[in-house]
Design a protein around this ligand. Structure first.
Ligand code: CA
Length: 338
């Protein structure tokens, strides 16, 4: 007993190190995949169409079966009507060089177009594209949608404001929170039911926000959609809900394609991504099984009294083998004599 106790104390720090190392090794895969608690969704492409890859897309919205897009930058800001089937621009107007167009929304046959730092929202007739009025506001303008009762606007922060349809005054606002953390850089918006969909500047994902609480209810990856790799400005920025297809048109700045997508639970995804995910799954569990075997072996070898036990086993096996060889050798010799 005293001998066993000595062995145990001698190897205790080493045992602790091995156990900690093994636990870290085992938990490595889990750390890689659990980056957020929001339910994770993926973009499943239903169809795709062409998109003007010179368009610095800032706003995208459907009105019935018609698709409208705004593009930004000083000197090249525009408003377009786009054929959703072909991606061709049906008609467009350009704005003066001092206007940097941002998000758009449409209500009562009027398009409302935000500007970045000009503190003005233009009211534009949907059929003639004539500017018929404007609103003024303070701060920057980024994304815009409406829920039928108010305008819903982002300004690049984590705050979304609800504005009066008559005069654009702020009625209320929410702060967007995901897993207890404020989410800044909210950009293009889309209002659907009681949810606001927003893409986040510089990120390949869309979040679904509870319109009342500001809580993020879904995080939808757009990693499977192809952006323009030739431009560092080619970021996701365009969400337009198509009620006829119950799906979302998605595009971005300088993207050459526009994608009609549905958002589906990651676990139910059936696509090429699913196969890749499955391979990752198998790899993950193969590693865990190997880790488990290693920890069992380590546990056996560091267990107090294991060495005398194994010595006894090896001795018995050796003795048995020697006896067996001796017996078979005698038989062979007897066969030779015969
Ligand atoms: Ca939109």
């Amino acid at each position: 007993m005293e001998h066993c106790s000595y062995i145990y104390n001698k190897y205790a720090p080493k045992n602790a190190f091995l156990i900690i190392f093994t636990i870290m090794f085992l938990s490595n895969n889990s750390l890689e995949i659990s980056y957020a608690d929001s339910p994770s969704y993926a973009s499943n492409v239903l169809k795709l169409t062409e998109h003007d890859e010179n368009a610095f897309t800032q706003g995208l919205e459907m009105y019935g079966d018609r698709l409208f897009e705004s593009t930004g930058l000083y000197g090249s800001s525009s408003l377009r009507e786009v054929n959703a089937s072909s991606g061709q621009v049906i008609r467009q107007i350009s704005f003066s060089d001092d206007i940097f167009a941002e998000g758009i929304t449409i209500i009562n046959n009027t398009i409302i177009l935000l500007t970045w730092k000009e503190n003005i929202a233009l009211k534009i007739d949907i059929d003639t594209f004539d500017v018929i009025g404007n609103y003024t506001y303070s701060g920057e303008g980024w994304g815009l949608c409406n829920d039928g009762n108010s305008y819903v606007m982002s300004n690049g922060s984590s705050e979304i404001s609800f504005r009066n349809l008559e005069n654009f005054d702020i009625i209320s606002s929410i702060v967007v929170i995901e897993d207890g953390i404020e989410i800044p850089n909210l950009n293009e918006l889309e209002c659907v039911g009681n949810s606001i969909y927003a893409n986040i500047w510089g990120e390949n994902r869309i979040i679904e926000i509870n319109m009342s609480s500001g809580q993020v209810e879904k995080s939808i990856s757009t990693d499977s959609l192809e952006f323009n790799k030739n431009s560092s400005h080619s970021v996701l920025n365009g969400i337009a809900y198509s009620s006829a297809e119950d799906a979302f048109w998605i595009t971005g700045k300088y993207w050459s394609k526009m994608y009609l997508t549905e958002f589906i639970d990651d676990d139910l995804r059936i696509s090429e991504d699913f196969v890749i995910e499955e391979e990752g799954f198998l790899t993950k569990y193969t590693n865990k099984i190997l880790s488990f075997i290693i920890i069992i072996i380590i546990a056996i070898f560091i267990m107090p009294g294991s060495w005398p036990f194994f010595s006894l086993i090896f001795y018995k096996l050796f003795k048995r083998q020697t006896e067996h060889l001796g017996a078979s050798g005698k038989g062979e010799r007897e066969d030779e004599i015969t």
